[in-house]
Write a protein that binds this ligand. Structure first.
Ligand code: FMN
Length: 330
């Protein structure tokens, strides 16, 4: 049981097929303070699937949140109970995914059009567990992109006691765009996220979308003429492709040196131990290594590391040793 207040300043976005347990373990080594999120898991999968495969995670991953996809209050409540039993630190409801499959299931971003139903879902989960129940959402859906739409959505959830919102600063386009296109189009509007912070000063507002540099993070977290800074950031693709950014945000924005690695190879002994323990459980080297390709992003040898860690022939420590040896010979 964790007693300290949750820290939302630095979070890593839920990303399907990407932020599995192997990716999260790796991120944890790089940024000990980051709050980590699972891929979205539907209530259907949790209520009828293989729980060990879906939910198991390493103790080192704490604090880690389970992101749920669903829109039935009872199913969400039951899934939240299961999340609590498995030791997750938070349950997050997905109200931002635009995929057609998710729309067919009537959840994800289309839920923003049904704030009363989402409020019922949140209440049902809050009644079922003692964990924080949080929401990740967009700033609009299709042509409903006036500020009042997202303000009223957040407002109705605040009324039932939801206090943490992860806001992807672009609208979701439900027809005609793929999920991938929906992460580039339409343009980001971070000012809307800031406006939410101004209008709901007592709740936690975490900004998400397109954050790729320390300076961008600093700006959105700082007070400005347009209003107070947001409480935290949620980093998605940049954390996956250039994970050292998480370390730099913890060091320079959070100014928190606790357990922070100084050099990229500092994390390799622990990563190697993890790699071996997972190999012994039958997990393939490639399956894990594909998430670790970005460790040396922008550094000498990055290309070879990326290629070879994904091939999974050598574990992280052995591959690094080989690359260093080769660099000396060149
Ligand atoms: C491969 C991939 C999978 C994603 N899967 C999810 C998901 O399961 N749940 C969710 O809420 N968002 C998902 N997202 C959206 C991200 O959480 C995030 O909101 C989006 O990428 C914008 O942040 P970024 O610009 O920092 O990447 C996904 C994004 C990517 C790239």
């Amino acid at each position: 049981m964790r007693s300290s207040a949750p820290d939302y300043r630095l979070t890593v976005a839920p990303m399907m097929d990407w932020t599995d347990r192997h990716c999260r373990f790796f991120h944890r080594l790089i940024a000990p303070r980051a709050r980590l999120y699972t891929e979205m898991i539907t209530t259907g999968a949790i209520l009828h699937g293989d729980l060990g495969r879906l939910l198991d995670f390493s103790a080192e991953e704490h604090p880690v949140a389970l992101q749920l996809g669903g829109s039935e209050p009872d199913d969400l409540a039951q899934s939240a109970r299961i999340a609590q039993k498995w030791g997750y630190d938070e349950v997050n409801l997905n109200c931002g995914c635009p995929s057609e499959r998710v729309q067919r299931g009537a959840f994800g971003a289309c839920l923003m059009r049904e704030p009363a139903l989402v409020a019922d879902c949140i209440k049902a989960m809050q009644d079922a567990v003692t964990l924080p129940v949080t929401v990740k959402h967009r700033i609009g859906v299709d042509n409903q992109e006036d500020y009042g739409f997202v303000r009223d959505f957040v407002g109705s959830l605040v009324q039932v006691g939801c206090t943490v919102f992860f806001v992807h600063a672009r609208s979701a386009i439900l027809k005609g765009l793929s999920p991938k296109e929906n992460r580039e189009i339409p343009p980001l509007r971070m000012s809307v996220v800031r406006q939410l912070k101004r209008d709901f000063p007592d709740v936690v507002i975490v900004a998400n979308g397109g954050l790729q540099t320390i300076d961008q993070v600093r700006v959105v977290m700082s007070d400005a003429a347009e209003g107070p800074g947001v409480d935290g950031v949620m980093i998605g693709r940049a954390a996956y492709h250039d994970p050292w950014l998480l370390r730099d945000i913890q060091a320079e924005v959070l100014q928190d040196a606790d357990r922070l690695p100084q050099r990229r190879d500092d994390i390799l002994p622990a990563l190697q131990t993890y790699f071996e323990s997972q190999r012994a459980r039958g997990i393939s080297a490639r399956y894990m290594g594909r998430h670790w390709h970005g460790l040396f992003h922008g550094q000498p040898g990055a290309r070879r590391w990326r290629r070879e860690i994904c091939e999974g022939v050598l574990g992280p420590q052995a591959l690094f040793t080989q690359l260093v040896r080769q660099a000396h010979q060149d």
